[in-house]
Design a binder for this molecule. Structure first.
Ligand code: SF4
Length: 374
């Protein structure tokens, strides 16, 4: 585990109430300031001439990175330093690679299917990111997906294992990550790659799902299947989302069911969950509509308001930035019911628009629209 500033401070002259305490030779005003910087690895321990060998040893061990980072083309794998993402975050997503043997008659068809495959995830297009080519020396390829040869793969400083028995693979992945993170044992610092050989897609998908969660840095598949990769890439996006950064969508004017300049307009914040809840309802309405999304650092409606991210000023600026007046004839905007108390401020800040209080819950939007259309 990494040492905290307080733990470091106890070993410094300041913590021991030594006569040289707070001497400033390290460039920090106090020993505590130095300790806090050191804990964040923003200063070298050598800057303090009074740091004891004991502290040096303890600190260097605690600051050591548990898992090595390995580059494959422009992808990074490994570099993880926690067991659970809520402790900090996971760093590099499990790479999902497909192996293609160019000695097989159907290799071109397989490459084409992999190259064409993509699905829309939150804020990104999810696709296969690595193809491993076997027997490709006489084959000329121009693919939109990055490739490496099987020979190049085997030269990487990675721990390769085959998924022969699920419980053995699972136990290996867990114990290796624990040894790396908790004990910082160099023997377990290589990223781990699992080669999935099963032809049963359901079984492969189930195993791969587990290994993405715990703790494969890379998975290699012999089979490619669109449904399986849709499942695994979606799961991976969820697992590797940084819990410290709320998922957000772009601030923009979104369209539903081919609206024209007079269609109904809703407004919400850019918190992804809120956006998709509202967007889902608007998509399923039998009327065309727009959704204006306000930039609010990915906060939900009330949180954004209490953090002063949703203010009348921000709404006014967003309407200008998105050129709503040029794009639409409508001058009526439906705001979330939870923001009813901001109505007067909105009307003052944007006097040429009429703001109407909508529903508290996205699920009530359908009924709300039916009522105003009566
Ligand atoms: Fe404290 Fe060492 Fe910095 Fe002096 S050089 S202030 S003793 S940490």
């Amino acid at each position: 585990m990494e040492m905290t500033g307080l733990q470091i401070f106890k070993y410094l002259p300041g913590g021991k109430k030594d006569t040289v305490a707070n001497c400033k030779k390290c460039g920090c005003s106090t020993c505590m300031a130095f300790a806090l910087k050191l804990a964040k690895q923003n200063i070298e321990i050598e800057k303090c001439p009074y740091a004891s060998d004991d502290l040096r040893q303890k600190y260097l061990q605690s600051a050591k990175h548990p898992q090595k980072t390995v580059k494959i083309a422009d992808l990074n794998i490994g570099g993880e330093n926690v067991l659970y993402r809520h402790e900090k975050t996971f760093i590099n997503r499990t790479v999902l690679a497909v192996i293609v043997d160019c000695a097989n008659l159907d290799y071109k068809e397989k490459l084409e299917r992999i190259s064409k495959f993509s699905i829309k995830g939150v804020n990104e297009i999810l696709m296969v990111e690595l193809i491993i080519l076997k027997n490709s020396s006489n084959v000329s390829l121009d693919l939109p997906v990055r490739t490496i040869t099987y020979e190049e793969l085997t030269l990487l400083n990675i721990d390769f294992i085959e998924n022969n028995e699920f419980h053995l693979t699972k136990d290996y992945l867990i114990s290796t990550r624990k040894k790396a993170v908790l004990e910082k044992d160099d023997k377990y610092s290589k990223p781990v790659c699992v080669y999935l050989k099963s032809n049963d897609l359901y079984e492969t998908c189930a195993y791969a799902s587990y290994y993405i969660c715990k703790y494969a840095n890379m998975l290699i598949f012999e089979e490619f299947d669109e449904a399986m990769f849709s499942t695994l890439l979606t799961l991976r996006q969820n697992i590797f989302t940084d819990p410290q950064k709320p998922l957000q969508v772009e601030s923009a004017l979104y369209e539903f069911n081919n609206p024209d300049k007079d269609s109904i307009v809703f407004l919400t914040t850019n918190f992804a969950l809120t956006f998709f809840a509202v967007a889902n309802e608007l998509e399923n309405l039998d009327v065309p509509s727009y959704l204006v999304v306000i930039p609010a650092d990915g906060m939900s409606v009330l949180t954004a308001w209490s953090a002063e991210k949703f203010t009348a000023g921000v709404v006014a600026k967003t309407l200008d930035k998105l050129e709503i007046r040029n794009k639409l004839n409508t001058r009526k905007i439906i705001i979330p019911g939870l923001l009813a108390h901001t109505l007067d401020e909105l009307k003052d800040a944007v006097p040429d628009f009429d703001f109407v209080v909508g529903t508290n819950e996205a699920s009530a939007i359908g009924e709300f629209v039916r009522n105003i259309n009566k």
